[in-house]
Design a protein around this ligand. Structure first.
Ligand code: ZN
Length: 400
């Protein structure tokens, strides 16, 4: 008999089995409850938060030794623009913009990134690792953890603090707190950037030295200099702190996007994405909305359709019924950046699926007649693609 392995939030579209979420008596997920808490916050609350931010920034400025007031890690996305807008236009500060360039930019992403030093009158440091090293890391991390984009998460979380140490800048200004929504932190925690946040959330518990000694993809220590976190001594000497602007300013992605378009000519993707209806996210990385996210569906049974529609339900832009249609339409789609990537790293599609199948969560997926099956949020279960595993490997996914 069929039994439901996947359970979903009664309010949004998030599954419980695989997303580390708590569910309450009413069947509502912790993310939806956190969003509810945020919704209750008044304008007075945010005015107070803003004052706290200003006090923090002022204190850091008093102690600074650099001629730059702060570092802003930017990809060139709408959030990067918003962070820079606040620091430059509202507070008149002198930031150094820093970017990790993982060689995955979409054309509009390139345009937005390079436009920042025009519209904000800022200095901008862009660091791109060797493309040969990046190709090796794409393949290696795909085989190792089912994530070709590990290098990007590593670079984004490492390069800014390396530059903080190098230029002796004591403040980094980050954007949204991406993981508050999982119910892990509350607004009053005032979570800041830390080595732990980087290691656990950004790098999945892997470090640069875990990438050495792979027989298929030989890499040397000096291929990965950009991936090394500074020492405690260096960080203490600089006294650098990383504040999240999302702790202090009400975060409304739609409003911010519109504002950045109006003020600075920020551009969203001209071409729709295959795996989401949104066009304003992840223009710095063609795979984030594509096969990087497809692998999340392969692993855990949900994708960007669920992520984006759940957020839109929480902010009131969408009903749950509309959100479920987005899940139905987008979560399973094999996006065409797969072929771009296979060509980029010189891998066959057969190897891609054989490797990807090894990461499927047996709590989500089972095998019937050579096909992958999973439960759907709209109430039935259906087949999603061929199985590429040996008979031995398939045993994990037999039902019963
Ligand atoms: Zn929910």
């Amino acid at each position: 008999m069929n039994y439901r392995r996947m359970q979903y939030c009664a309010r949004c579209t998030y599954p419980f089995v695989t997303v580390n979420l708590a569910i309450d008596d009413e069947g509502v997920c912790a993310s939806c409850r956190t969003a509810e808490e945020f919704d209750k916050l008044t304008p007075e609350f945010w005015a107070h938060r803003r004052a706290v931010f200003e006090k923090n920034v002022e204190a850091m400025r008093k102690d600074r030794r650099s001629d730059y007031d702060c570092i802003i890690p930017v990809s060139g996305g709408k959030d990067s623009y918003f962070q820079t807008h606040i620091m430059v236009k509202e507070y008149g500060l002198k930031p150094l913009l820093v970017t990790y360039h993982g060689n995955n930019y979409l054309p509009e992403g390139n345009y937005n990134r390079d436009r920042m030093r025009e519209v904000f009158d800022c200095d901008h440091l862009v660091m791109g690792p060797s493309v040969e090293v990046l190709k090796k890391l794409n393949r290696l991390c795909f085989r190792k953890m089912g994530d070709m984009n590990w290098h990007a998460h590593c670079g984004i979380f490492t390069f800014p603090i390396q530059m903080a140490v190098k230029f002796d800048i004591n403040l980094m200004v980050w954007g949204e707190i991406a993981w508050d929504i999982s119910g892990m932190y509350e607004p009053d925690d005032f979570v800041e950037f830390s080595a732990r946040v980087r290691h656990e959330h950004g790098l999945r518990g892997f470090e640069w030295y875990d990438m050495l000694n792979d027989p298929q993809e030989p890499l040397k220590e000096n291929d990965l200099l950009w991936a090394k976190y500074p020492s405690d001594d260096q960080i203490l000497k600089t006294g650098v702190r990383g504040l999240y602007i999302g702790n202090f300013f009400k975060w409304d992605p739609y409003k911010h996007t519109q504002l950045m378009k109006d003020l600075y000519g920020w551009k969203e993707s001209e071409r729709p994405f295959d795996r989401t209806y949104r066009r304003a996210s992840n223009l710095d990385d063609r795979y984030e909305n594509g096969i990087h996210d497809l692998l999340k569906f392969v692993k855990f049974g949900y994708g960007r359709g669920s992520d984006h529609s759940s957020k839109d339900v929480r902010t009131g832009y969408m009903t749950r019924e509309e959100a479920i249609e987005m899940v139905r339409k987008y979560d399973h789609v094999v996006s065409d950046d797969l072929y771009y990537w296979l060509d980029y790293v010189n891998m066959t599609e057969e190897e891609f699926w054989r490797t990807a199948d090894r990461f499927r969560d047996p709590r989500v997926w089972w095998i019937e007649n050579g096909k992958w099956y999973k439960d759907n949020i709209w109430g039935d279960s259906s087949a999603y693609g061929e199985v590429h595993l040996s008979l031995e490997e398939q045993k994990r996914y037999q039902r019963g």
